[in-house]
Design a protein around this ligand. Structure first.
Ligand code: FAD
Length: 281
């Protein structure tokens, strides 16, 4: 049997009670793969503050280990500290600490500018209570001034107290392997877990990838576009491509996999089954 892969599953916070009920179904389907934790995204500037809190509390009440995302751009420091306190009091022990991307047109009024400052704030305020995850970019953050400089800033997040990183998604195993080598050469020895985006809808993946700076290789764009309305064909091809990617990443030393589930269980579960991950009853 395939070795057990350390897993985490990312959700976005539903805005309605029906959405939350659906998310609990997705969560319970994915629980069969025994993840280390679930994470819940946070809209920069506090735009999903209440829905994120509600989803985190609901998952926590259901007995799930959960890591709320927390971003600093556009949030004032008191608001960030208030959230940290609420999570600590609720018994949450992990956070994903980010800068966040404010929607265009929204000005950033936050006192904290970069994620390393947020990590330092969490450590000053809460000591070692939280395990802190930060973001990393094997294809380099779109605003970065250079490859080495982006890695230097990742190093600054670890120096400020982060424990581990989760990457932006990508479809080139080489990008991850080179990035790991460059991080090690820069003295970064913490786990860097690849973020995995299943392929279920080409148009929305293409749009989102342009926004976040993730590259869909040209050959893959053409293959995916050819499926047109054949969503069953696209799902099956997407599962094959992403499964192979995961196999290569794990062989290259990836310490686990973090899935961007988009609040759906099917595509993530199909990849995990193809990777030989058994589902518990
Ligand atoms: P930073 O680490 O601050 O880096 C941003 C840029 O600034 C980089 O180009 C870096 O090279 C540079 N830089 C870093 N530190 C410094 C410094 N001290 N001085 C000068 N330059 C610096 N966004 C959300 O809004 N909500 C979410 O829930 C969310 N979840 C995410 C989860 C993961 C796993 C990932 C990979 C991304 C997520 N994002 C989320 C997106 C993220 O907020 C954006 O990619 C954002 O643009 C950068 O966030 P960061 O934490 O990497 O920022």
């Amino acid at each position: 049997m395939a070795r057990r892969i350390p897993l985490s599953f990312e959700f976005f916070p539903p805005k309605t009670a029906e959405g939350m009920a659906r998310l609990q179904q997705v969560r319970s389907a994915l629980a069969a793969f025994d993840p280390e934790f679930y994470s819940v995204t946070y809209g920069a500037g506090g735009s999903t503050r209440e829905p994120t809190l509600a989803a985190v509390q609901a998952l926590h009440r259901a007995g799930c280990p959960v890591a709320p995302h927390l971003s600093c751009s556009g949030d004032d420091t008191d608001g960030v500290l208030d959230l940290i306190d609420r999570y600590r009091e609720a018994g949450i022990t992990r956070l994903v600490a980010l800068r966040g991307d404010l929607p265009s047109g929204v000005g950033g009024s936050g006192q904290l500018v970069h994620a390393n400052e947020l990590v330092a704030l969490i450590r000053r305020h809460s000591g070692d209570h939280f395990r802190i995850h930060v973001a990393a970019y094997p294809e380099i953050h779109p605003e970065a001034r250079g490859y080495a400089e982006d890695i230097r800033w990742l190093g600054a997040k670890f120096a400020a107290g982060a424990d581990t990183a989760i990457t932006q998604y990508f479809y080139s195993a080489d990008a991850y392997c080179h990035f790991l080598d460059a991080c090690r050469a820069a003295g970064i020895d913490r786990p860097i877990v690849p973020g995995i985006m299943p392929i279920t809808n080409y148009e929305s993946l293409r749009r989102f990838s342009v926004r976040c700076g993730a590259e869909i290789p040209r050959w893959l764009q053409y293959r995916l576009a050819d499926f047109g309305d054949d969503s069953a064909g696209l799902h099956s091809f997407g599962t094959e491509v992403v499964t192979r990617l995961c196999e290569r990443l794990l062989a290259a030393g990836a310490p686990g996999l973090h899935f961007y589930t988009l609040n759906q269980a099917g595509a993530t579960a199909a990849i995990l089954r193809a990777l030989g991950q058994a589902e518990s009853a």
